[in-house]
Every structure is written in C-alpha cells, then in structure tokens.
Design a protein around this ligand. Structure first.
Ligand code: ADP
Ligand code: MG
Length: 311
C-alpha cells in the first residue's frame, strides 16, 4: 500500500502556477526525497499534503484514504517539520514539546514519556529547561523536528530541515532520519541539497518550476543520464599504452584521454574490470590510481533542465 498518492495536483496563486500537475506515489517505508531549487514548488506541495494549504485541483490519498476535501482523522498519522521554524521562543524546549503533545491529545504519564523520548532522540535532553530563544540555529532545527515527532506519526514530512545550520547538527539530523526510517516511519524529505538526497533517500523526485520532472531510485535517475560506466585510470606513462588492446576488451565501447588519465567507457552490464587491469599491467605503464566515475544528481538535474540546482 502507498503511504501517499498525489494525482494531478495543481496550485495556482492568483494566476501563478506554483504546482503544475504533479502526480506521484510514495510507498510505505521509503525515505522519499523531493529535490529541487528554491521556488520549485516543494513547500507548496508539502503544505497541501499536510492540510495547511488548499490545492486548486487534484487528489491526495494518505494510506489509501482520499483526503482531498478534508484531512479529518489524518492529522495524527502525519508529522510536519515546517521550513520556517514554528516554536514558542519564550518557552523552554520541554514546554514546546508539551504544548505540541497536548495538541495531539497526549496527557499525563504518556505525554511525559513522549516528551522525554523526543528530547532524547534529538539530542536535547541536556538543554530541556533552556528557553528556546537562547538556542543556536541547529538546536532550534532539532527542536522543530522533536515537536513533529512527539505524537509518533507514521509519516514524517520534513521541509528543508537542515537549512542554515552547522555540519554537526546537520549530521545529527540526517542520522535521525535514517534511524526513524528503520523504525518504520515513512519520510518525505524536501531539500535543495543534492548531497543530502544522495546520502539518505531511497526514492527521489526532482521538481522544477512546479513540475515533477523525474521520479525513481538513485540508480534509475543516474542511468537516465549515463547508460555507460566510465573507469578513470591514472597511468605513470600513458604514451606506452596501445589503445587498441583496450578497445578489444569485451564490453569496452570507447576510450578517451585526459592528461595522464585514460577514461574507459563500458556497457553497464560488462564485467571487465579484471581484463582491463590485466591489459594495463601488461603495458609498460604503472597504474597510479583507478576509479569508476561517480554520476551525481547534480548532473541528472543539469541534463534534464539545462541548469544547475543552485542557479
Ligand atoms: P520551494 O519550497 O521549492 O522553494 P515554494 O513552494 O515555496 O517553493 O514556492 C513555489 C513558487 O510559488 C515560488 O515561485 C514562490 O514565489 C511562489 N509562492 C509561494 N507562496 C506563494 C503565495 N502565498 N503567493 C504567491 N506566490 C507564492
Ligand atoms: Mg520551500
């Protein structure tokens, strides 16, 4: 069953199409990354999904239930970490968590347990009595996440949860996402940082100008850009190499040179690494370094849109 199904979603802000007919399905148990530059329509999509904003048209199902008209009864299933931090700055960390827990109907011992566990999970136990105003950017982001988790949602929606924070808090958050996912929480993670999506997401949608331009696993997306695998070999003395011996290797389709490197392109399925190394070794040129080229999501975005993610 799908955790989320979005069909033909449109959001028109007074004539401006912020979400332009998006359809996507998110399986239970995924960490789904919604990747796109600023202004792509990520927050608009997420806010409609969480019931904060009304769509112009389109259908949304959560756990198979149509919530296009009303989110009634679905609020407890979802947790939202909003892009703009939504906390009471004059409250302590603990008071903020209690407030959100009570909103979800938690009381007494259960509330206390959930508050403790959310503080523990986000690494804020030591500062639970501190007023949030005094928190660093990273701590505020973590508290923002803790507040979305206190009612233990099955689906957690995170809108750019790592913007403007230190690397340590960022790592803490990325690890927390993985951990939550292991416990069975489905995660929808929006960001404009492709490294984050690469690091944690199991399924990825790339969004640009309100349109979902592609959707799939990391491997599927990368295969769109390049159906060959490229081996990059640095050689001590590249001139002594006979290129025909390489071109004759099973699976090799092309050879290129760049300074002291040779770039050997093979069919994806070819299993020829050992042959290539043997052939190179039998030439009079020592191998200094050897690696497969990494295709990243930035290249995928560039190929599909003609622009870089950060333009
Ligand atoms: P993202 O989260 O990917 O950065 P948003 O969903 O926030 O993108 O915004 C998508 C587009 O919609 C942007 O061009 C933004 O300026 C516009 N937009 C967002 N909110 C409003 C609004 N309330 N009224 C008019 N335009 C808006
Ligand atoms: Mg946004």
């Amino acid at each position: 069953m799908y955790a989320i199904e979005i069909k033909d979603l449109v959001k028109n802000y007074n004539g401006f199409l912020a979400v332009d007919n998006i359809s996507l399905k998110i399986k239970r148990g995924e960490i789904y990354g919604l990747l796109g530059p600023n202004g792509a329509g990520k927050s608009t999509t997420i806010n409609i999904l969480s019931g904060l904003l009304k769509q112009t048209s389109g259908e949304i199902k959560i756990n198979g239930v149509d919530v296009s008209k009303s989110m009634k009864g679905q609020n407890k299933v979802l947790g939202l970490v909003p892009q703009d931090i939504a906390l009471y700055k004059s409250f302590t960390a603990e008071e903020n968590l209690k407030f959100f827990g009570e909103l979800y109907g938690l009381r007494g011992k259960k509330l206390k347990e959930r508050v403790d566990s959310a503080l523990e999970f986000t690494g804020l136990t030591d500062v639970r009595k501190k007023i949030s105003k005094e928190f660093s950017g990273g701590m505020l982001r973590r508290l923002n996440i803790a507040c979305a988790l206190v009612h233990r949602p099955e689906i957690l929606i995170m809108d750019e949860p790592t913007v403007g924070i230190d690397p340590q808090s960022r790592n803490h958050i990325l690890n927390s996402v993985r951990e939550l996912n292991k416990k069975g929480v489905t995660i929808i993670y929006t960001t404009h940082y492709m490294e984050e999506v690469e690091a944690i997401c199991t399924e990825i949608g790339i969004i640009d100008h309100g349109k979902l331009i592609v959707n799939g696993t990391k491997e599927e997306l990368k295969n769109l850009v390049c159906d060959k695998k490229k081996l990059i070999v640095s050689l001590q003395d590249i001139k002594s190499l006979d290129i025909n011996t390489i071109l004759n290797i099973n699976g090799v389709v092309d050879v290129d040179f760049c300074e002291n490197e040779i770039i050997i392109s093979s069919n994806k399925e070819a299993n020829n690494l050992e042959d290539i190394i043997k052939t190179l070794n039998s030439s009079n040129s020592e191998i200094i370094n050897i690696k497969y080229e990494e295709v990243n999501l930035e290249q995928v975005f560039l190929t599909l849109t003609g622009r870089t993610l950060r333009e």
